[in-house]
Structures are given as C-alpha cells and as structure tokens.
Design a protein around this ligand. Structure first.
Ligand code: 15L
Length: 275
C-alpha cells in the first residue's frame, strides 16, 4: 500500500470486480483511499465488508446480476474473469460473455469509465528480442490472450459508439517479486500496480487507451510511448532482484518457445489440459 495515496481524487462509489482473485485481493485495501464506498464483487466467497465497503456477489455471465452490480457506480476496476490459459468454455463465459454483460450494464447504468485488466498475453507471440508498442497488431498466445484482445476491441467499440472510456491494462507479471528470468522484463510491483490503476482511473481524458503494466525494469519488451497521457510513472524495478533471480536460474534454453516468445510458458500451455 502506498504511504501517500497516488491521487487525491475520490470517487463516490468505485466497483472492483474479481476482488477475490490474486490482484483483486491486493487492490481491495488499496482502492479504499480513492473512494467513499468501494463495492467489491466476485462470483463467490469474499471476505465480509469492512468500513467503507459493500460486498455484492455476481457472476459475469449473469446479465441481471451484472446490471444490479453496476447500479450507482461511478467507475469500474474490472479484474474479474479467467486470468490464465484454460479450455475455451470458461474463457467464453468469463471473458467474452462476461465482458459484453459488463459493458452493456455500464452503458445502461451510465458508468463513464472502466479500467480493464487486459494482459501481456494479447501480444505473447512477439519474440523476446522485439520491443512491442501498444499500436502494433495483437499476437495472442492462446485462448486467454485472444479473449483479452476481444476485451480490448469491445472497449474500443463502446468508446466509439457510446462514449464509455476504458484504459486497457496489459498487465505483465504482478507478484511480490519476479519469479524467473522472464519476469525481470515483465514484473509489475504491487505498488506500481496501484499507481497504474489510479492513473488510469484519474487521467482526465483517455478514450480507449492501452498501456503495458510493468515496473521500471531495465530489461523491457514493451514501449508505452503512446500511453504517456495516462501519466503512469512506475517507481519500482525488478533490478533489485536480478542477481538473486539469475543465481537461481543461471541458464535458459534458447530453443524453448517459452524462452523465445514474450508469453513464456503460456505459448505452449495446452487449452485442453493443465498445460
Ligand atoms: C497473466 O496474464 C496472468 O494472469 C498471470 O497469472 C501471469 O502469469 C502473467 O500473465 C504473466 O505473464 O506472467
């Protein structure tokens, strides 16, 4: 949690979906500093509401529940849905049908801004020796990345057609520490995640913007030149973990697709099994 909130702007009621997921759990206590009421949602099993919170369980694929969930909300941080490579059916339900339900509910309930947890796996089939910017064509590395590319296109449609603003965050690897050599490039600290989400919520005009979610890592495959208007400035870096990571993983197999492509192990995960 940042010792001083990244912005003094406060929303009357902010909705956090996927509040029971890994990053949802991290953002839940942090987002309270930016709103009067934080409505937290997941399909099941959330910790009870604390002061300044409302808990409202909802399934993304249930239109009526989503309509009720977005009632009275000023902005949404959408962390819900499937977050790894999976068989098509759960991805279809959570990330395709669920996204349409979310945006339809936003349109009908008059919600003006959504921060969408997209993923670096939208461009996971670019190579690790390429630098990708947010205007280059998607190259998803599986059904999961493909569904996030759909989510970004849906956000673009709802901006062009209905004026709902979205910042699509192509989140890298947000963990307490980078776990391997790949994550020296893709790592996003939790504090930088908070800075990124808050910048996306509070930038004056975003239309539909795409930004890669990474810390200020020395090694990088992503170029956020076209997202400067969001005002996200990372303050952490994977470099403080570099020697420990390199000592743990001294060699890499240059013929392994997980080393060649930015998506890492996702590029060879089987959608029909555990991968
Ligand atoms: C993601 O999109 C996943 O949600 C997360 O589990 C990580 O694996 C991350 O990408 C990554 O690329 O490291």
């Amino acid at each position: 949690m940042l010792s001083t909130p990244a912005s003094p702007i406060r929303f009357p009621r902010l909705l956090l979906t996927g509040a029971g997921g890994n990053l949802g759990k991290e953002l839940r206590p942090r987002l309270k500093a930016y709103c009067d009421v934080l409505r937290v949602s997941h399909r099941r099993d959330l910790e009870p509401a604390t002061t300044g919170e409302e808990v409202q369980l909802a399934s993304l694929e249930d239109k009526d529940q989503m309509m009720a969930l977005l009632d009275g909300v000023s902005a949404v941080v959408h962390m819900g849905g499937v977050s790894t490579e999976q068989p098509w059916d759960p991805i279809l339900a959570g990330n395709i049908v669920g996204m349409v339900n979310l945006y339809e509910a936003a349109r009908i309930q008059g919600v003006q801004r959504i921060v969408f947890a997209s993923s670096n796996h939208v461009t996971g089939f670019y190579r690790q020796d390429e630098v990708v910017n947010t205007r280059m064509p998607p190259k998803p590395d599986g059904f999961y990345g493909l569904s996030k590319a759909f989510g970004e296109d849906l956000a673009q449609l709802y901006w062009d057609r209905w004026g709902i603003e979205t910042v699509s965050l192509r989140i890298g690897s947000s963990y307490a520490e980078p776990k391997d050599r790949r994550m020296l490039a893709t790592w996003l600290s939790f504090d930088d995640l908070e800075r990124l989400v808050v910048a996306a919520l509070t930038a004056p005009i975003v239309g539909h913007s795409i930004v890669y979610g990474m810390s200020d890592n020395q090694t990088t495959w992503w170029d956020n030149t076209h997202a400067k208007h969001i005002g996200y400035r990372p303050l952490d870096s994977s470099d403080v973990f570099r020697s420990a990571v390199e000592a743990r993983q001294q060699t890499v197999d240059g013929k392994d697709p997980a080393t060649i492509y930015q998506g890492g192990a996702f590029v060879k995960a089987s959608p029909h099994g555990p991968g």
